[in-house]
Write a protein that binds this ligand. Sequence first.
Ligand SMILES: Cc1cc2nc3c(=O)[nH]c(=O)nc-3n(C[C@H](O)[C@H](O)[C@H](O)COP(=O)(O)OP(=O)(O)OC[C@H]3O[C@@H](n4cnc5c(N)ncnc54)[C@H](O)[C@@H]3O)c2cc1C
Length: 309
Amino acid sequence: MGLSRNILLWASQNKYLLKHVPNYKFVRKALKRFMPGEDLEEAIAAARLLKANSTPTVFTYLGESVKDLNEAGEVRDHYIALFEKIAAAKLDIEISVKLTQLGLDLSAESTYRNLKAVADKAVALRNMVWIDMERSNYVDATIDLYKKIRKDYANTGLCLQSYLRRTKKDVEDLLPISPSIRLVKGAYNEPKEIAFPEKRDVDTNYFELSKMLLKGASGNGARIAFGTHDTILHQQVIKAAGEMGIRRDMVEIQMLYGIKVNEQERLAAEGYNLRVLISYGKAWYKWYVRRLAERPANIGFVLKNIFTS
Ligand SMILES: Cc1cc2nc3c(=O)[nH]c(=O)nc-3n(C[C@H](O)[C@H](O)[C@H](O)COP(=O)(O)OP(=O)(O)OC[C@H]3O[C@@H](n4cnc5c(N)ncnc54)[C@H](O)[C@@H]3O)c2cc1C
């Protein structure tokens, strides 16, 4: 992986930058490309526009690693209230949560209770809860909690990352419980002992895992979503699915708001099964710098806003 990616991922964890960068006007302006706004209402307005284009969405309320359980409880209540709002507005919006925002650094028990309360509301309103995958030190705890919640809640899904060397084993381990999986490449800075350092290996593993998931999922009700903007992988996965007798409208692709928008519009217009993830909230710094790290050329776009702010 490139030097600029590593520097940006370092910056995403830097406390000084976290405190100061969000105040720069040009950064806030550039942020608009990746999120409609900090407020939930702005995210809902964007979801309405996407709905008009036949594209359902997933919402993430930004934030991670909360420092006390009251804060985790507020996040839980935020999502519960959000489900009510979604139902009232008759929108197709699922949610994706970070377990460290529901208290994972503090107590696995409390995190499970928070997750269960959110999943209960989702069941009542026929909705779905996705679980993000965070840094590699959280993978075991995240998978354990997913296995526990999946026993009673089929309306929950888990994100897995193809850059991790362990993921093939995790997929083998999870398939018997009919998991819903969102497969991504992975967004954090990980040591080479844990994650493939070369992009081509991450991509090759993504395709291998995709085939395992499509094969393992067919017939047992699991939902598999491909969370990537990589159009070559989209084509490879759709082709592999076709060879397994899975229709292309059954192959779900998930992409992030603002990234490869032309491709999103094309997929939606051609009847592919696309869902767009929209993030909102004030705690956007770490998340935003990870987006910049995915394509360091994005920095040029941020800098351009210095001159137009
Ligand atoms: C729906 C969804 C949910 C996700 N959830 C998680 C999660 O829970 N945990 C996690 O670790 N990661 C998550 N990610 C992020 C993921 O791990 C990758 O970091 C991210 O998707 C970039 O990789 P890529 O698959 O698009 O492939 P890449 O090979 O990085 O990119 C493919 C193409 O898309 C373009 N592109 C990719 N990212 C950007 C960008 N930021 N700006 C402009 N162009 C871009 C590239 O230039 C390239 O042309 C999620 C991604 C998606 C789409």
